[in-house]
Design a protein around this ligand. Structure first.
Ligand SMILES: Cc1cc2nc3c(=O)[nH]c(=O)nc-3n(C[C@H](O)[C@H](O)[C@H](O)COP(=O)(O)OP(=O)(O)OC[C@H]3O[C@@H](n4cnc5c(N)ncnc54)[C@H](O)[C@@H]3O)c2cc1C
Length: 435
C-alpha cells in the first residue's frame, strides 16, 4: 500500500493518529523507505516540529500564524498533553484530577492548519533533512525540536522502569503523577515520605520545593503524624530559597525536614530506600525520586547535545542548533543562557524561534528576543510565591534584564493574590497552546 502526499496530509491534517496507526498496522504505508511519497512537491516549504508540549505546540502555531504558505507538521507521541505546571497541586490534593491540566490539538489543526502526526520520532538525519518516525519519514526545510527531558539513569543505580513503578518520579506529568498521589493516599498516618532532588540544572528549578509544600500540606491535613524528608543534591534550596524556607517554618515545621548536599546516587526499590553516594541509606513508605536530567533522548540521538553531553547549545537569537544547520532546539532541551527550564521560558523561546524561522525562510532579518518567565509555586492551599524576569540577548548570550523582575515579598503579603495570578497564568498558557 502506498500513500500519496495528499492522502497523507488528509490523515495527518485531521489530527488522526488513529487513522495513521491503522495504516501502520496494515503494512508499511508511510515508512522510512517511502519518503518520496510524502515529500512536499513543487515549491511547498515544510517546518517539522518535534514535541507538542510547552515549546512545540506554540512554535507550530506561531509559524503558521506568521506565514500560512509554510506547511507545519507537529509530531507528538501522545494524542494529548498533560501539563507539569500545577501537577504538584494534584499530588497535594488541591486538584481532583488531571483534566484541567490536559490539552488536545484538534483546534491547532482547525484554527491554524497545523498538521499533527501522533508518532514517535526515532531518528533525525540532519544531512538528508529528514525525520524518521514510527509512521514514516518526513522531509523538512527547518526542524524545531522541543522534546523536553529524559533522565540520566546511569547516575541513579537501580532506578529502572520497574523501580519507577515503585518509587515514581512524577517529573513527566501523567500516569506517574497519579501513581505518586495514590501512594500518598494509601500510606498510613505516621509514615515517612522521602523525596530526592538532583543537582541543577533540571526541569523547573522551584518544582521540587513546591512539591514538598504540596505533599506537606496533604500530610498536615490528612496524616498529621507523618513526615516528609527532602534529600537535595544541591547545597541549599536553589530557587526562591528564603521564601520557601519561610513557608516551611510557618506552615510545615513539624512535618517537613530539608537536608541539603545529600546526593542520591542509588535506589533499592524493593526496600523503598535511597542511598546517598554509597554511604547513607534513607528508607521511606513513599519515595519520590527525581533523577538527574538531560535533553530528550531524540535530541541526544540527533547529535544536538554539546560537550556536556546533556543539553543542546543554540544560537541565542534564532535557537538554531550550534551542532546542526536548519535544526532549532527550544524548551528544556536547549541551553538558553539565564532562562530557567520552565514552561513559560519554553513558550517565550518558541515564539522568538518561530519568528526567526519564518524570517530565515523568507530571507528577512532576524530579531533578538524579549523573553519573559514567571514561575509561581504554591505554598499552602491559597498562597503562592513567584520569581519573574525579562530576558534579552547581550554579547551573544541570553541574560536577565537588570531590575526587570524579582521574587515575591518575603512577608508573603501578596501570596494570596499570587495564588490567583498563578491559576490565571495556567489557564492562559494552556489555552494559547490548544486554540
Ligand atoms: C512538577 C513540575 C512543575 C512545574 N511547574 C512549572 C510552572 O509552574 N511553571 C513553568 O513555567 N514550568 C513549570 N514546569 C516546567 C515545565 O513543565 C517544562 O519546563 C516544560 O514542559 C518544557 O517544555 P518543553 O516543550 O521543553 O517539553 P514538554 O512540555 O515536556 O514537551 C515535550 C513533548 O515532546 C514529546 N516528545 C519527546 N520526545 C518525543 C519523540 N521522540 N517523539 C514524539 N514526541 C516526543 C513529549 O511526549 C512531550 O509531549 C514544571 C515541571 C514539573 C516537573
Amino acid at each position: 500500500m502506498t500513500l500519496d502526499r495528499r492522502s497523507f496530509i488528509k490523515l495527518v491534517g485531521s489530527a488522526s493518529g488513529l487513522a495513521l496507526a491503522g495504516c501502520a498496522t496494515q503494512g508499511p504505508a508511510v515508512s522510512a523507505g517511502s519518503a518520496a511519497d510524502i515529500m512536499p512537491k513543487g515549491s511547498a516549504r515544510r517546518v517539522v516540529v518535534v514535541g507538542g508540549g510547552y515549546g512545540g505546540a506554540i512554535a507550530a502555531k506561531y509559524v503558521r500564524m506568521l506565514d500560512k504558505s509554510i506547511e507545519v507538521v507537529m509530531i507528538e507521541r501522545n494524542d494529548h498533553f498533560v501539563s507539569c505546571p500545577f501537577s504538584n497541586l494534584y499530588i497535594g490534593g488541591l486538584i481532583k484530577d488531571l483534566d484541567p491540566l490536559t490539552i488536545r490539538y484538534d483546534k491547532l489543526t482547525a484554527n491554524h492548519g497545523v498538521k499533527v502526526l501522533q508518532a514517535e520520532v526515532t531518528a533525525v538525519d540532519p544531512a538528508a533533512k529528514t525525520v524518521v518516525t514510527t509512521k514514516g519519514t518526513l522531509k523538512y526545510d527547518r526542524l524545531i525540536m522541543s522534546p523536553g527531558i529524559d533522565f540520566r539513569l546511569e547516575e541513579m543505580k537501580g532506578y529502572d522502569a520497574a523501580a519507577m513503578d515503585l518509587m515514581p518520579h512524577a517529573w513527566k506529568a501523567g500516569p506517574q503523577t497519579v501513581l505518586l498521589r495514590k501512594q500518598l493516599e494509601a500510606m498510613k498516618d505516621g509514615g515517612t515520605v522521602v523525596m530526592s532532588v538532583p543537582l541543577a540544572p533540571y526541569r523547573c528549578p522551584p518544582g521540587p520545593y513546591e512539591r514538598a509544600n504540596m505533599i506537606s500540606l496533604y500530610l498536615k491535613q490528612h496524616k498529621p503524624k507523618s513526615k516528609l524528608i527532602m534529600l537535595d543534591a544541591n547545597p541549599d534550596v536553589s530557587s526562591k530559597g528564603a521564601l520557601f524556607k519561610k513557608g516551611w517554618k510557618d506552615n510545615y515545621a513539624n512535618i517537613f525536614e530539608y537536608r541539603g548536599a545529600k546526593k542520591v546516587t542509588e535506589v533499592d526499590a524493593k526496600n523503598r530506600s535511597v542511598i546517598i553516594e554509597g554511604i547513607d541509606e534513607v528508607k521511606g513508605d513513599v519515595v519520590n525520586v527525581i533523577p538527574p536530567q538531560r535533553a530528550g533522548r531524540i535530541a541526544v540521538a540527533a547529535g544536538l547535545v554539546g560537550d556536556d553531553k546533556n543539553w543542546c547549545p543554540v544560537n541565542p537569537t534564532t535557537f538554531e542548533s550550534a551542532k546542526h544547520k536548519d535544526i532549532h532546539v527550544i524548551g528544556d532541551a536547549c541551553i538558553a543562557g539565564a532562562m530557567p527550564k520552565s514552561g513559560y521560558s519554553a513558550n517565550s523561546e518558541a515564539k522568538i524561534c518561530a519568528q526567526n524561522v519564518v524570517a530565515l525562510m523568507n530571507g528577512k532579518p532576524t530579531t533578538d528576543m524579549s523573553g519573559i518567565n514567571v514561575c509561581y509555586s504554591y505554598v499552602t492551599a491559597d498562597q503562592a510565591i513567584s520569581v519573574a524576569a525579562v530576558y534579552t540577548v547581550k554579547d551573544g548570550k541570553i541574560v536577565g534584564v537588570p531590575n526587570s523582575g524579582g521574587v515575591s515579598p518575603i512577608d508573603y503579603s501578596q501570596a494570596k493574590s499570587e495564588a490567583i495570578y498563578a491559576h490565571s497564568w495556567l489557564k492562559n498558557i494552556l489555552t494559547e497552546m490548544s486554540t
